[in-house]
Design a protein around this ligand. Structure first.
Ligand code: FEO
Ligand code: CA
Ligand code: CA
Length: 740
């Protein structure tokens, strides 16, 4: 599709060169990358990359597109160096301050967090592992406001908790119990620190702080009542002892990425929920080896698998028993046990951050998988609402939802946000993406009327609800492309193109074996060996990449790889985007376009490059699909001759278009980002600092790998504090916008 777009000043627009640029050839076989960029093993010579020549087209910004202020240079800051410090490092001229950490009180009467394992009342405290986050402005009178810059609500995901051998050890005074059964007193804390929080924040003078007793403050935990909405509501697959009508479930779990709907509500993605359930040996036979066994296996719950925390062991009570995903009852419909309980997890959940009286709803029409973020395209009056999503697991799919209802601009500020969600998110078409080797792609509809779905022998779908609840199986049926772990996605505010982080994939191999390894393909083209430190060998695509796509007409699109993550010292056959020392990164995860500046913020959740640097956040000003060149990666094989893989590499970034902005403390990931509408206060989450601490060292603070944010003076514990996930606020000392 070559429709004209308005690009803000500072963005470039170039001809699509996907099919016309000359290919270059890169030899990767056995390229082994050490931290000094020394190649080990039999290594071919990497040819110089040939990039299409860049032609900058200066375009005026559209009225509502983000654009630099007249005196401002985006990415004008000095790049932050890679860091192993136990602190948050930001550029000179910026300040980062923790304002909201695990355990902080959310109601009057709740004591300050002692952070020594003796705290209680977690239902009224900040949860753990802060992740995706969105801003909801408030006027001085407390009304929803699209322009407020000094008062608002943060809706924050609390994805998980720092654990080892089942126990969330920083939550318990002695590190907790790793053996089964686990004590209910420990499990009750852990049930409460998952979910979502909504917290009011205010700026007084130059300082931001949470409002402990705000009437807006809210928690969703693993026990909150949540409605099932959309095609799965009331379906036989959702019937449980707790909801015999299949219309309700309890809680939301492993909330990872977020999104904000065009009508101003909050959406949160349920990611690695499957791991919280156990399924006993013998359950396949108890189910008569029916198709539910196929579904459970496909979603990672083969019989005999253990749960992450052992919550099911804490007692006979219903709130514990539900984590055993087994047929134990005699009913034919599951109304007397929790055989279907896991079908209540795995959705995009919508809530109204401004109104805690309204229950959250699981929007099943958007599919059931390991959801990361949900990124909405800019709505167009009279057109469907479109939302993009990724399924974060190795070899899983990228999805698109297209609403049945057509966008009415009057819905941008509705009286009832949840009812508006009913209108746009409960009916529509769900698609999975297929990426072709020629730089094109196609959205494949997941419908009970799609022949490949209706006739799928591996799993006979009963109805559309069954297709939705088992989206992954439907994606298998239509032949969607298996990706290198799709994490967040974001829609470029100028071009409308969609960016997906593909964080890494240890299961790519030039010559795959078994059922889980895959050969490289055009959209997931890299396979190499990365030596971490002196010993650890990381195979597959250890560093990840960022793919982007441009919608065409109907179900077609074109795509390229915006950036290949890599260490800067890697040979050109691996460092395909020619990243410099000020730009190199590994395992992109969070990705958010600033509504104010249009900067693309890239956040990492990495384990591959962490011997050199802690996780980080970079600022980017991307071009568009086709601004680089086609390359052909050439792999030697022991059988079958050489393997040539065509791919499409985005234009090489410059210091003006990609620069490291922040590095976090030891053991953390950087995730979640929102800002005030003026772009002058940015909120970012530091998740699981110190997660590399051994549980056995809980009594010896000198052995904690991080003490952040206590070591900045935040909360109890000081320089020997237990580490805490936390939200920081970033401001520019001269009052400018973040990223300038
Ligand atoms: Fe929760 Fe895939 O990151
Ligand atoms: Ca993530
Ligand atoms: Ca992650």
């Amino acid at each position: 599709m070559n429709k004209p777009v308005d690009l803000p000043i500072g963005f470039s627009e170039e001809e699509d060169s996907n099919t016309s640029a000359n290919p270059s050839f890169e030899t990767i076989l056995s390229a082994r990358l050490s931290r000094r960029g020394v190649l080990r093993g039999g290594v071919g010579t990497a040819a110089t990359a040939l990039f299409g020549s860049a032609v900058l087209a200066g375009c005026g910004g559209g009225d509502d597109d983000p654009a630099p202020a007249p005196t401002e240079t985006l990415l004008g800051f000095s790049a932050v160096s890679k860091s192993l410090l136990d602190s948050v490092v930001v550029p000179a001229g910026y300040t980062a301050t923790a304002i909201y950490a695990l355990g902080d009180p959310l109601a009057a009467g709740v004591a300050d967090y002692r952070n020594d394992g003796t705290d209680t009342q977690f239902e009224n405290r900040a949860g753990d592992h802060h992740d995706g986050m969105e801003w909801f402005g408030l006027s001085a009178s407390g009304a929803p406001s699209a322009t407020a810059v000094d008062r608002g609500l943060l809706a924050v995901n609390h994805e998980a908790t720092t654990d080892e051998n089942r126990s969330s050890f920083f939550l318990h005074a002695d590190g907790g119990t790793s053996t089964l059964p686990r004590p209910a007193a420990e499990v009750d804390k852990e049930l409460a620190i998952h979910g979502v929080s909504v917290v009011e924040v205010r700026k007084t003078g130059a300082a931001w702080a949470t409002v402990k007793d705000s009437s807006f403050n809210r928690r969703l935990t693993t026990l909150s009542d949540v409605e099932i909405a959309g095609p799965a509501r009331g379906n036989a697959l959702l019937v449980t002892k707790h909801s015999t009508t299949g219309t309700m479930t309890r809680g939301t779990l492993n909330n990872c990425g977020t999104g904000k709907t065009p009508w101003g509500s909050f959406v949160t993605g349920e990611e690695n929920w499957a791991g919280y359930f156990t399924r006993p040996v013998g359950d396949n036979a108890a189910r008569g080896n029916d198709k539910s066994v196929t579904a459970l296996n496909r979603y990672g719950r083969a019989e005999g698998v253990a749960s992450r925390h052992g919550w099911e062991s804490a007692g006979a009570g219903d709130i514990y028993a539900r984590w055993t995903n087994a047929k134990t009852g005699v009913s034919t419909d599951g109304s007397d046990d929790y055989r279907n309980e896991m079908n209540g997890m795995g959705y995009v959940v919508e809530l109204d951050a401004y109104d805690k009286t309204k229950p959250a709803k699981k929007r099943s029409a958007l599919g059931r998988f390991a959801h990361e973020s949900a990124a909405f395209a800019k709505p167009v009056a009279g057109q469907p609402v479109v939302c993009y999503q990724g399924d974060d697991a190795r070899n899983e799919y990228i999805y698109r939802f297209v609403s049945t209802a057509l966008w009415d601009a009057a819905d941008a500020n509705p009286a009832d946000r949840m009812a508006t969600g009913d209108k746009y998110l409960d009916s529509g078409k769900l698609y999975a993406a297929k990426f072709n080797a020629d730089g094109t792609g196609e959205w494949l509809e997941l419908s009970i009327t799609t022949p490949a779905v209706a006739g799928y022998a591996t799993y006979p779908f009963a109805d559309q609800a069954d297709v939705i609840v088992n989206s992954r199986i439907a994606g298998d049926a239509v032949g969607a492309t298996k990706m290198d772990r799709p994490e967040w996605c974001g829609v470029h505010p100028g071009t409308g193109e969609v960016y997906f982080t593909l964080t890494n994939n240890s299961n790519r191999r030039v010559e795959p074996t078994g059922t889980t390894q895959l050969a490289p393909d055009s959209a997931n083209p890299r396979v190499y060996t990365d030596i971490k430190g002196t010993a650890t060998s990381q195979q597959g695509n250890p560093n990840g990449h960022i793919l982007r796509l441009k919608e065409g007409t109907g179900t077609g699109f074109t795509w390229d790889v915006y950036l290949f993550a890599s260490e800067s010292g890697a040979p050109g056959a691996i460092n395909l985007s020619s990243l410099t020392a000020d730009q190199d990164f590994s395992s992109p995860d969070g990705l958010v376009f600033s509504p104010s500046t249009g900067i693309c913020w890239i956040q990492t959740d990495d384990g591959a490059y962490t011997d050199v640097t802690n996780c980080m956040m970079l600022a980017a000003v991307p071009g568009q699909v086709g601004d680089g060149a086609k390359k052909t990666l050439s792999y030697s094989r022991t059988a079958g001759g050489p393997l040539a893989v065509d791919t499409y590499v985005g234009k090489t970034p410059t210091a003006a278009t990609l620069k490291r902005f922040l590095v976090g403390p030891v053991g953390c990931e950087i995730t979640g980002l929102c800002e005030t509408p003026d772009g002058k206060a940015m909120f970012v989450n530091i998740q699981h600092p110190g997660e590399t601490t051994a549980q056995a060292n809980i009594a010896d603070p000198t052995k904690f790998t991080s003490h952040w944010p206590g070591n900045t003076g935040y909360g109890a514990g000081g320089a020997t504090a237990r580490p805490r996930s936390a939200t920081i606020v970033i401001t520019k000392n001269d009052g400018g916008r973040i990223g300038s």
